[in-house]
Design a binder for this molecule. Structure first.
Ligand code: ADP
Ligand code: ADP
Length: 246
């Protein structure tokens, strides 16, 4: 079953404005891109810097408007959602960022960071329910529950990314978009975080859209790969098909 179906997605950014600030020229960052992600699979979106990977992620999450096209997610047409509908949708579609240093609020403890998604999505209502879910998720990502009152700066880079993953898991999403989620980490730590994602995929039946420019990692983790080149989707297939072109 297709969990995500992207049809002719186009995103143009203004590249030149006139004297009164009205855009007069546009740059096409994503050009008529179509692909789908099956339930339970890892699809990697690869391509050099500037090829449109992050822009696709932002269009899916509805943090930026797309210019043309259709997006279907979990049986729903999410091409045009009101902000309130987009918030509800994001309960089931969460993102892991490249830089957990900047995405984790330094003034919040782990408990506060992980409580927020529960409050936003009105999930666990009592303190005891929240406590239970936070412990559950910390256990999934391998962070001791005893660290709950600590602040982000008290953790290593790999641990911070685990907390970022925990935050994404709080609302029990169906799809996780990982945007260069291990690229900023030391190589030895990368392997641990990748293995965690693979394990979570198996245990929770997660579906992953894995955005990366690192072919070794992509090769290891992906069921299928979609290749972008300057905004165009130039190839989609299994890792074997895409990497063994004649
Ligand atoms: P990638 O994630 O593959 O590095 P991006 O999606 O970040 O690629 O960028 C694709 C293209 O869109 C690039 O040419 C980039 O400069 C441009 N772009 C990205 N974000 C913006 C923005 N907010 N405003 C204008 N142009 C942008
Ligand atoms: P870029 O791809 O331009 O480097 P980022 O990957 O840092 O941007 O962030 C992607 C988008 O997600 C941005 O619009 C940013 O404002 C937003 N964002 C960053 N961190 C968070 C967060 N923790 N929660 C929600 N949105 C975030």
């Amino acid at each position: 079953r297709k969990l995500l179906d992207v049809v002719s997605l186009t995103k143009k950014y203004p590249s030149k404005t006139n004297l009164i600030g009205r855009p007069v020229e546009f740059h096409t960052a994503v050009n008529q891109v179509s692909f789908h992600v099956n339930e339970g699979e890892v699809l990697s979106l690869v391509g050099e810097s500037g090829s449109g990977k992050s822009t696709i992620g932002k269009c899916l999450l509805k943090v930026t408007d797309m210019t043309e096209g259709f997006i279907y997610f979990d049986g729903q047409d999410i091409s045009n959602l009101k902000p309130e509908e987009a918030r509800t949708m994001r309960r089931n579609m969460q993102m892991i960022f490249q830089d957990p240093y900047s995405s984790l609020n330094p003034k919040h403890t782990v408990r506060e960071i992980l409580s927020l998604p529960l409050k936003v999505h009105r999930l666990a209502r009592t303190g005891a329910e929240r406590e239970k879910r936070i412990k559950e998720v910390l256990d999934l990502v391998g962070i001791p529950a005893a660290y709950m009152e600590r602040y982000p700066h008290e953790f290593s880079g790999g641990q911070k990314q685990r907390i970022g993953i925990a935050r994404a898991l709080m609302s029990k999403p169906k799809l996780i978009i990982a945007d260069e989620a291990v690229s900023a980490l030391d190589v030895s730590i990368q392997a641990q975080v990748i293995n965690l994602l693979v394990q979570l995929k198996k245990e929770l039946g997660l579906t992953l859209l894995f955005i990366s420019h690192d072919l070794a990692v992509v090769n290891y983790i992906s069921d299928r790969v979609a290749v972008l080149y300057r905004g165009d989707l130039v190839e989609v297939g299994s890792v074997h098909e895409v990497y063994s072109q004649p």
